[in-house]
Design a binder for this molecule. Structure first.
Ligand SMILES: NC(=O)c1ccc[n+]([C@@H]2O[C@H](COP(=O)([O-])OP(=O)(O)OC[C@H]3O[C@@H](n4cnc5c(N)ncnc54)[C@H](OP(=O)(O)O)[C@@H]3O)[C@@H](O)[C@H]2O)c1
Length: 334
């Protein structure tokens, strides 16, 4: 049994789908009230818990052999922030995994987590990494770079007439990676990367400006319309952060570091050492832009969301897709 945290998120969702395609048993950690119905077609199990509740984590780890920890915080809120989730939540999950005798713990982190950046995202991930390394568990830490899908999504919105505010410098260096490839690294690491910290990178190392231009080209947007706000020390970033408040301040700083520093690594070298192909950048951009935008269409959403009274949802199967589903509990019922 795999326990996947962040399963309702973009990266964790990819992990769940890949594992279910490989007919693995998966338990998705889902926060009560989260929208998990997009996972129903995979036939994974759900465990309702929260990284801020250590007891729920201990129960979630019962009978589990592998943990893939993909939960993370995009923008902090008053009670769901990096100290209590990224750091303490991860520590509690690692301790629960130790107690339950988990065989291998895979943790997604971020490139730059070891650079001492004064930002809670990087700082808390760095400390959580240290806790995992010292835990005695067999581990793999996968430090992810900027994700290709985020560039594609911003470019798509720009093409639709919405602003793209880029917190980062054109001369930052990034190696964008698709989330699906990052998820594949997690699976492969169970066999091939014991007790290792891997800095991941996508197929190409580019300046942030070049990466933005490629995303714009894929989406049919004009790169000249991107609004650049500069690196973490830029005046605009400082002013915006002050105006928007602390939680946005941390997010803006994080983006400015992720897209404004030289955080590019040689992705192809690592991938080939593990025997993995990387999805070409233009292909990953095109695939994201062509993919169904789940939840974007209110009518489609209304059709799929039932059982609102439980703050939970159930996907109504059918419409031809049923036969394409991976093997799993739902298929067995069929
Ligand atoms: N996005 C980037 O640019 C980037 C870059 C490098 C590394 N990373 C790393 O990638 C990972 C995930 O990225 P992503 O893009 O998949 O993020 P995402 O789509 O925002 O997903 C975050 C997930 O974490 C869950 N979560 C948040 N607070 C939680 C809590 N208190 N207890 C349990 N689960 C909680 C969310 O659950 P809900 O559905 O309930 O909100 C969601 O499933 C993180 O480890 C992040 O550090 C991200």
């Amino acid at each position: 049994m795999f326990l996947v945290t962040g399963a309702t998120g973009r990266l964790g969702g990819c992990v769940v789908r890949l594992l279910r395609q490989a007919a693995m048993d998966v338990r998705a950690l889902v926060r009560p009230g989260s929208e998990y119905f997009w996972l129903n077609d995979t036939g994974c199990d759900y465990f309702f818990g929260d990284l801020r509740q250590a007891r729920s984590l201990s129960r979630a780890c019962r009978g589990v052999r592998y943990v893939v920890h993909a939960a993370g915080i995009e923008v902090e809120s008053t009670d769901n922030h990096h100290s209590v989730v990224t750091l303490q939540g991860t520590i509690d999950l690692i301790d629960a995994a130790v107690k339950r005798g988990i065989e291998h713990f895979v943790m997604f982190s971020c490139v730059g987590a070891d650079r001492g950046f004064a930002n809670p995202h990087f700082d808390c991930l760095g400390k959580a990494e240290e806790h995992l390394v010292a835990s005695g568990l067999r581990y793999t830490i996968l430090r992810c770079p900027a994700f290709t899908e985020d560039l594609a999504e911003s470019a798509r919105l720009l093409a639709e007439g919405k602003p793209w505010r880029m917190w980062g410098s054109p001369d930052g260096r990034i190696a964008p990676l698709s989330r699906r490839d990052a998820a594949i690294f997690a699976l492969v690491s169970l066999d091939k990367a014991h007790d290792r910290i891997l800095d991941l990178g996508g197929p190409e190392s580019l300046s942030t400006e070049q990466a933005v231009a490629r995303a714009c080209a894929a989406a049919g947007a004009q790169p000249t319309q991107v609004q650049w706000f500069g690196g973490v020390k830029s005046k605009a970033a400082g002013l915006a952060a002050r105006a928007l408040g602390r939680r946005w301040k941390h997010w803006i700083e994080r983006q400015a570091l992720l897209y404004g520093q030289d955080l590019a690594v040689d992705g192809p070298a690592l991938a080939s050492s593990l025997g993995l192909p990387l999805t070409p950048l233009d292909q990953a951009l095109a695939e994201h832009l062509a993919a169904e935008r789940l939840g974007a269409d209110p009518e489609d959403r209304e059709e799929r969301v039932v059982h609102r009274q439980f703050q939970a949802t159930v996907y109504s199967p059918g419409e031809g897709a049923w036969d394409d589903l991976p093997e799993g509990p739902l298929r067995e019922v069929d």
